[in-house]
Design a protein around this ligand. Structure first.
Ligand code: SAM
Ligand code: SF4
Length: 328
């Protein structure tokens, strides 16, 4: 059985972008009220007294947009200072990154993933739902800042949407040639915007891989990721290409993670809501962290049965919650 030692923590469900595939403009989201968010102290208690003792060692901070969380640098520092946290990473849209990249690095953040769905500012703005001034340059500045500060690996996440950014696959893949950047293509899932998904459909990783391979050839990467991506390289490239195929391939058997929402729900599977635990309410009612450890251990034990396959609608159905709410 796979060791589940990786927790994705949503710091906040809000976002300063409205990506078409995630939380499009006009979609009514019930944001978590401030008093319902886990406080910094509650989050640290859960990591220190519940998750680390039951075997979690790797933590990814995400959202919504994690950089919107007040005092995010201090929070990162407090998490990285906890003993037994081996690996702290973050997934961000990069918009607010440039001025605090160095501070995050100094606070102990080791790895960073930045979403970049297009190299064309106009298309980028369409995807993220930006009106008015283009936001592309500021995100690009964030990526450059993260690179110069020394985040390693530096990963760029691309969600491929047919007819929107699929003509840029080779240009995005080419970013890995001269710099040690790792571009990861993510299959578009019917989560967040099922209408767009219905209109556009999705492109499989094998199709993308073929396109890149036809152009450059591809070699298996020496760098092996611990996550769900299949990793390979353009021959001679400094960086790597990863393909995350949650639509075309079921990697439930390799799943090594759980998710904690910003309001403290522990979720064993991205797309299956069975078994979720409300850790925040338990904490606020004075339930001991020893007791919470037992609950989490039980969830770990039954996790193999809670997976995508266990859902009634299979992987082509639409899901009621967005990635920003779950903590993608
Ligand atoms: N705001 C940050 C960002 O965009 O990187 C972190 C949160 S976002 C929910 C995390 C990841 O989920 C991003 O890489 C995003 O592209 C991905 N995502 C969101 N909706 C998706 C969808 N419908 N299909 C595939 N990936 C999705
Ligand atoms: Fe925000 Fe990230 Fe969702 Fe885009 S993908 S709307 S940046 S949470």
């Amino acid at each position: 059985m796979n060791q589940v030692d990786y927790l994705r923590i949503s710091l906040i469900d809000r976002c300063n972008f409205r990506c078409q595939y995630c939380m499009p403009e006009g979609s009514e989201l019930d944001y978590i009220l401030k008093q319902q968010l886990l406080t910094d102290a509650e989050l640290l208690t859960l990591i220190k007294e519940v998750f680390i003792p039951v075997g979690f060692t790797r933590f990814r901070l995400t959202g919504g947009e994690p950089l919107l969380r007040p005092r995010v640098v201090e929070l990162v520092e407090a998490i990285t200072s906890l003993p037994a946290t081996q690996d702290i990473s973050m997934t961000t849209n990069g918009f607010l990154l440039a001025p605090i990249a160095q501070n995050l690095y100094d606070a102990g953040l080791q790895r960073i993933n930045i979403s970049l769905d297009s190299l064309d500012p106009h298309i980028f703005d369409q995807i993220i739902g930006s009106r008015g001034r283009s936001r592309w340059q500021q995100v690009w500045d964030g990526i450059q800042a993260a690179y110069h500060v020394g985040f390693d690996p530096l990963k760029l996440n691309v969600v491929v949407i047919p007819g929107v950014n699929d003509h840029e696959i080779l240009d995005l893949a080419a970013l890995t040639i001269d710099k040690q950047w790792h571009v990861r293509f993510i299959e578009f899932m019917p989560i967040g915007n099922s209408e767009l998904f219905g209109d556009r459909g999705w492109i499989s990783s094998s199709e993308l891989r073929q396109q890149i391979s036809d152009h450059w050839g591809l070699t298996e990467s020496q760098v092996c990721g611990a996550g769900p991506a299949d990793v390979c390289q353009i021959p001679g490239a400094k960086g790597t290409l990863g393909f995350i195929s949650q639509m075309s391939e079921c990697f439930c058997d390799r799943c090594n993670r759980m998710r904690l929402s910003a309001d403290g729900w522990l979720r064993p599977c991205l797309l299956n809501e069975t078994g979720q635990l409300d850790l925040k309410t338990a904490l606020r009612h004075g339930v001991s962290t020893i007791h919470l450890q037992e609950k989490v251990k039980h969830l770990l034990a039954i996790k193999p049965e809670i997976n995508f396959k266990g859902r009634d609608s299979g992987t082509t159905g639409a899901y009621s919650r967005t990635m920003s709410q779950i903590g993608g």
